[in-house]
Design a protein around this ligand. Structure first.
Ligand SMILES: [Zn+2]
Length: 87
């Protein structure tokens, strides 16, 4: 029997959003965490952002693909994300 590697999640990029500053938006029925600063891209399982910054203490937006609407993306991260082929 041949074993296949785990299939990557389709239709999603490997990058999710992290941001040093965020706030909780309670204006809707569901409390949402929204970034209030430049957002950066981070790969699952790494400690640093695509632009090389430590993001341990930053807010993580696991469900958001980078870039996300309504937030200013880090230009360095964006460059890395755009030049990285999807897996
Ligand atoms: Zn960045």
């Amino acid at each position: 029997m041949s074993r296949k590697p785990p299939a990557p999640p389709s239709e999603r990029s490997a990058w999710h959003v992290v941001a040093p500053f965020a706030r909780y938006d309670r204006s809707t029925e569901y409390t949402m965490l929204v970034p209030t600063s430049t957002i950066h891209a981070k790969e699952m399982g790494t400690l640093t952002t695509a632009c090389g910054q430590r993001s341990d203490s930053w807010f993580k937006f696991w469900a958001e693909d980078f870039p996300m609407p309504g937030a200013e993306p880090c230009r360095d991260c964006w460059h890395v994300v755009r030049s990285t082929p999807r897996r």
